[in-house]
Design a binder for this molecule. Sequence first.
Ligand code: GAL
Length: 686
Amino acid sequence: MLRDDALRERLGRLAYGGDYNPEQWPEKTWAEDVELMREAGVNLVTVGVFSWAALEPEPGRYTFDWLDRVLDLLAANGIAADLATPTAAPPAWMIAARPEVLPVLADGSRLTFGARQHYCASSPVYRAGAATLVERLAARYAGHPALAMWHVGNEYPGVDGCHCAVSAEHFRRWLADRYGDLDALNEAWGTAFWGQRYGSWEEINPPGPVLGDPNPAQMVDFRRFNGDASLECFTAERDILRRFTPDVPVTTNFMASYKLLDYWRWAAEEDVVALDAYPDARDPIGQVRAAMNFDLMRSLRGGRPFILMESATGPMNSRRRNSARPPGQLRLRSHQAVARGSDSVMFFQWRASRFGAEKFFSAMVPHAGTDSRIWREVRELGAELRDLAPVAGSRVDADVAMVWDWRSWWALELRGRPSTDLAFHDQALAHYLPLWRANVPVAMVAPDADLSGYRLLVVPNLYLVSDAAATNIARFVEDGGHLVMSYFSGVVDEHDRIRRPNAFQDLLGVRIEEFNPLQVEEALTLRWSDGSESTASDWQDLMRAEGAQALASFTDGLFGPCPAVTRNAYGRGTATYVGTGLDDTRLRQVVLDAASAAGVRPTANVPEGVEAVRRGDHLFLLNHTGEEVTVAVPRPCVDLLTGTRHEGELRLEPLGVAVLSVGQIRPEGAVPRSAPSTGARNFPHQ
Ligand code: GAL
């Protein structure tokens, strides 16, 4: 049994809880804490995330007694612990004695003590201190009845790359491992440009302040290295924990679609993916961003359920204006996480802090206490989540995959590109939006992943691509898959060196000659094959069809009439290429046409603004609108949340949720994966 299955079996239902920081409170509060936890249905809390100083107040003097009492209390009340290694907050005594633990920023300044995450991931002093403490912690609590999961550190990587001498030396060793010899490095980094040739490893440093733009290959490698340096910290702690508790799952908390770490690499090293999700309560498409993040987290370990480790019951404190959550949103968005594969709903934090940098951050027990809206919502949500026990462990199936690649993301957003306004996350969201609106489940994939189980592959942007990944994508289409790929893809190899021809030239059947980023206010006119017109913005490829058919062409602009959106038959599949910025309606049309041709169907046909997600035997209906809506139900079924039986249709109140036990049905009219595509229109809004 995999360790995440063991956790689920132990909890017996979805996890509910949050970060619990009893060290911030007098001990007399603890009894009330667990009493309230029981009242709210809490069954898992994360303990001790920043408690290094509380556990080792002086070098080698350990004070585990308070944590013993906390864990005993939790165990006695049937609440499991996600026990943290407190290594994200090295204590003041360590920093005073060994200031070199503090990381150095790119401008050469060293961080000071006074917040958290203030460590250099390459520091042997930090690593040794962390290892000693983790060993003590693991030895002491292995076998403790409360221990259900280990939570290593917090939100790696802390700083965006340390530039100290120790890190520089580590970077050189990492490069030597990667390239073997200097000639290979000089070649990969293109150091013939601007006379950057290196004659010995000692000459190489992390990219620091330079005049103009730094070497992009060096930048991308430094990012990879930083991720690896942090990952070494994580795996070192994980390996210690595994020695003492081989069956207890180990995780660390990810930050959603976060740029700095390649989470494909990280997820492979942990037992369960855990997510910290803090969407803006007032963002009009917050539910779409949230959905995309949930899909990404679920996909990181091949569709296995993830843990929503941190979210907010109410306002945060990190934005300019931190709005309260509208009544009902906490419930709706929590169920959305479960619908999309979370086996938990957890928060930062249990009890709102009285002091410190985050005292205005909301909590399960707010400053206002239990006579409060937030507490009532927390209690009600806890009761509802108990009823969703049958959902735990089940999966969300997807016919559509979207490529998500961190290395390409890093390279794309360096300076010195045709347009520095082209951002991966924006592109990903724009391509995800029509699929979300159409209620089509999406799995995120690495570009070299096994794609054979999908019908449609969406590639919002893949600027940097390895040979293996380019071949993988072409093979997917050749074998009958359908592809939608957007501009500025296949442009460079994994060292950010220009590819000529473009990696996808044959697959797309177009030859791209020039890139013309449009100015912010500039709009061109596109004429579509049915004679209709739309506007194009942001980008213009000058391309020639070499086998592809034009779906839309520019009628104006620098280059005069030329193809803008194309489709190419390749093997048994088709490749659609979008060489410009389409408006929402046209991008939706392109993506959904390809989905239809691929035989993809929506999960359910529901009113606009209602999200329908199938997870295992259950259909989640989430009404993100402020209006009551009527939704057709696919068969007579029971709502797990209310116990009500529905037949024909049901009404969902504004921000309402239903979790229908629909059993193993395929969406209406679904065709088996192996069936040839019919080209029929499968989406009502097409
Ligand atoms: C997370 C972090 C928590 C807390 C929370 C609220 O990113 O892991 O420790 O700071 O944000 O800001």
